[in-house]
Every structure is written in structure tokens, then in C-alpha cells.
Design a protein around this ligand. Sequence first.
Ligand code: GRF
Length: 208
Amino acid sequence: MSVPIAVLVSGRGSNLRALMEAEDKGQLGCSIRCVISSNSEAAALNHANVAGIETCVCAKPDPDAQLLEILEQQEIALVCMAGYMRILSPAITTPYAGRILNIHPSLLPRYPGLHTHRRVLEAGDAEHGCTVHFATAELDGGPRIIQATVPVLSDDDEDTLAARVLEQEHQIYPQAVQWFCQGELRLDGDTVWLHDQQLEGPIAHAVA
Ligand code: GRF
């Protein structure tokens, strides 16, 4: 059975595209029912339109009420935040607890929030990466599922580092969605279960 998912976006949409490509190849076991944006100018909306996926812009005054209505109408089983620049309120995170994933460009719990690549360079860290986690109403909070780690090179700038991390985002997000859609991944309270095993920490993705 194909799991109905919604992807929440605000900008470029490269993670959306990674999910769409994996779905096209039949790797995810899901069907992207709608792409919902906080921003009517998001390039991600064009990718969805070209693919014939329904789109919607949830704007003020109450974007979460609008979002909830769409999720319920479409009987969405999994919500994937992919560069969504809003924090979801408990109006969404409570009824959808354990059914919302987020991708973040850092090795959480390090560097929640914005400008992660710049902050990693400023701190002089030797490594950086990305994380897929179950989302809560806390900014980039929630139990972690999988992480990919990349080295920070001596000649990196924000762009080169971001590109190295993004390549890994496009690997680990489809992987987590596939696990969820296959029924291999679930959240019970604060505990992540993968393949019937309780995770003590995020899975470390083997970077090729
Ligand atoms: C990604 O780096 C994602 O991790 C972060 O926002 C960025 C979105 O990029 N949350 P894209 O729109 O998926 O290309």
C-alpha cells in the first residue's frame, strides 16, 4: 500500500526533488499527495506543478489551521518538512506526533536554527552533517533517526560545505521516509524504533 504523504517547503525544493525521484523509482512506498508551501514564490512549488502534484500556499493569519485542514482532507499519514521555514505549533504536532519528519543541516543537537554552515566554520569544527528527526513543536527538536557526517575541509567556505552536506541530505531523507512507509520506523513516546530495535541514538549513514 502506498502511504499518502505531504511535503512542506519554503524555498528551493532540492529535498522535495530527492523524495520525488525516489518515489518515481518506486523506492519509498509512498505517494506525494500534496506540496504545501509557506511562501508563494518558492521554487519548490514549480517542481511539484511540473510533476502534477497538488500544491497549496498556507499563509497568514492562521497557516497551521489551514495546514491541518489539508492534512485531514487528504488523509495524510506522514508529513515531511523539507526546508519549511516555520515552526509547527502544537495544533499540528500534537495530532500528528510521530508522523512528522524534518531534515536539518547539522549534527543535531548541535546547531539548531539558521546559518548552520557558517556557524560550523566559525566554530572551527572538524566535521559537520545533517540529521533527519521526528519533529516536535520545538525548533529542530525531536528524536533523531539518521545522521550523515562529512568532513570540514581547510579551504571550505559556506557554499562548498553546504553542497557537501546537501548531497547527504538527499541520501538520508529518502532513506528515513522509506523506513517509515515500509512500517520499519516508528516513534513511541520519545523512543525511536527501527526494524523492531530501540534506537539509542541516530543511525550513522555510511557516507560513500
Ligand atoms: C536544507 O538544507 C534543509 O536541510 C533545511 O533547509 C534546506 C532546504 O533546502 N531545512 P531545499 O529547499 O530542500 O533545497
